[in-house]
Ligand binder design. Structure first.
Ligand SMILES: Cc1ncc(C[n+]2csc(CCOP(=O)(O)OP(=O)(O)O)c2C)c(N)n1
Length: 318
C-alpha cells in the first residue's frame, strides 16, 4: 500500500494518542507494572506500516506498542491486553511487555537483545518452508552490544536468511548515552562486518523510513540475505514511566521535545500546502474517535480470574 504524508501523519497520531491513553491507564492504576512508551519513535513504525505482509514476522522489544500497530494487530485486543482484560491478546495475563499475536506473526520480549534471535528463528522458518516472507527484529541501541545481535546477524548473513534488523537508535539505553558504549560513529556501519547492506535513516521522517524499508524488504525478500537498518530518533519521555530521568539535562530534554516527529510532519504538510489545519484537525478527530471506541470496547472485557493464573503457561504437546 502506498502511503501519502497525511496517511503517515494519521498513523503517527494514532500511535501517539494510543500511547497517551495507555499512559492515563497507568496513571489511574488501571494498568499495573512498568510502561515504556515510544513518544519520538512514531515515524519509524509508521514508515513501516502497510509495507509488511501478514505472513512477515516482526519481533519487538519492551517498547513495542507502535510496532504492534504497524503490524496491524487489532486495536481492541491490544488495548484489552494492556488494560489487563481476559479478551486481550494473552487473556490479560501478559501485559505491556508480553504481547503475543501469533496470527499476525508479532510478538515482543522484555529481554534486551532477545528479539533478534527470535526474529532469526522466523527467518529460518521462512527459508525452511521456502516462503518469501521476511522477518524483522527490532532492537534499541542498547541491544546492539549483546552477543545475540552479533550471532544472529552473522548466522543470517552466512545462510542468507530473510532477516532485517531494525535498530531504533534513540541515543540512550536507560541512562547510558550511546557514545559511552558504541565506538563507531554509526551502528549501521557494523554491517560491513557481516558483508551485508547497512542503511542509516532519519527516523523522524516517515517517508525516508518507508523508502529505506522498501529497499531492505526488496533485497531480503528476493533471497539476498539480511539487512541492518539504523533509524535515528529521540526518546521524548523517560525510559519508563517511573523513571525520574535525572541523567538528562533540561536543555537536552527541551531539544528532544522541539524535534517531536509529529510536529515536524505537521509543519511539513502545512508548509507544502499538502493539508490545511482544518484537514489536520479532521484527521485527528477521526483517530480520537476510533481509539475511544476501541478502548471502550476493550474495557468491556472482564479481568482474568485468579484461578486462571497458571493456565496457558506451557504448551500442551500431548
Ligand atoms: C538482558 C537484559 N538486560 C538488562 C535489561 C534491563 N533493561 C531494560 S530496557 C534496557 C535498556 C534498553 O535500551 P535500548 O536497547 O537502547 O532500548 P530503549 O529503551 O532505548 O528503547 C535495559 C538495560 C533487560 N531487560 N534485559
Amino acid at each position: 500500500m502506498n502511503y501519502s504524508l497525511p496517511d503517515y501523519y494519521r498513523t503517527m497520531f494514532l500511535m501517539r494518542t494510543f500511547e497517551d491513553m495507555v499512559l492515563k491507564g497507568g496513571e489511574s492504576r488501571t494498568i499495573h507494572g512498568e510502561l515504556h512508551l515510544g513518544h519520538g519513535h512514531e515515524a519509524i513504525a509508521a514508515g513501516m506500516a502497510g509495507m509488511l505482509r501478514k505472513s512477515d514476522a516482526l519481533v519487538s522489544t519492551h517498547r513495542a506498542h507502535l510496532h504492534a500497530i504497524a503490524k496491524d494487530v487489532p486495536l481492541v485486543p491490544l488495548f484489552a491486553e494492556l488494560f489487563e482484560r481476559e479478551t486481550g491478546l494473552c487473556k490479560g495475563k501478559g501485559g505491556h511487555m508480553h504481547l503475543f499475536a501469533p496470527e499476525y506473526n508479532f510478538f515482543c520480549t522484555g529481554i534486551v537483545g532477545a528479539s533478534i534471535p527470535a526474529a532469526l528463528g522466523y527467518a529460518y522458518a521462512a527459508w525452511v518452508r521456502e516462503r518469501d516472507d521476511v522477518s524483522i527484529g527490532v532492537t534499541g541501541d542498547g541491544g546492539v552490544n549483546t552477543g545475540a545481535f552479533h550471532e544472529s546477524l552473522n548466522l543470517a548473513a552466512i545462510w542468507k536468511l530473510p532477516l532485517i534488523v531494525l535498530v531504533e537508535n534513540n541515543r540512550y539505553a536507560i541512562s547510558v548515552p550511546i557514545g559511552q558504549v558504541v565506538p563507531t560513529p554509526t551502528i549501521a556501519e557494523r554491517s560491513c562486518a557481516y558483508n551485508i547492506p547497512g542503511m542509516l535513516v532519519d527516523g523522524s521522517d516517515p517517508e525516508a523510513v518507508a523508502d529505506t524499508m522498501k529497499e531492505a524488504l526488496d533485497h531480503t525478500r528476493s533471497g539476498k540475505g539480511p539487512v541492518l537498518i539504523e533509524a535515528t530518533c529521540l526518546r521524548m519521555r523517560a525510559h519508563w514511566e517511573g523513571d525520574l530521568d535525572l541523567y538528562r539535562c533540561k536543555s537536552e530534554k527541551e531539544e528532544f521535545q522541539s524535534k517531536d516527529p509529529l510536529k515536524l510532519v505537521r509543519e511539513k504538510m502545512l508548509t507544502k500546502s499538502i493539508c490545511n489545519s482544518e484537514q489536520l484537525e479532521t484527521i485527528q478527530n477521526e483517530v480520537i474517535l476510533e481509539l475511544q471506541n476501541a478502548l471502550e470496547e476493550a474495557c468491556l472485557g472482564k479481568l482474568p480470574e485468579p484461578s486462571e493464573a497458571f493456565t496457558d503457561v506451557f504448551v500442551d504437546t500431548n
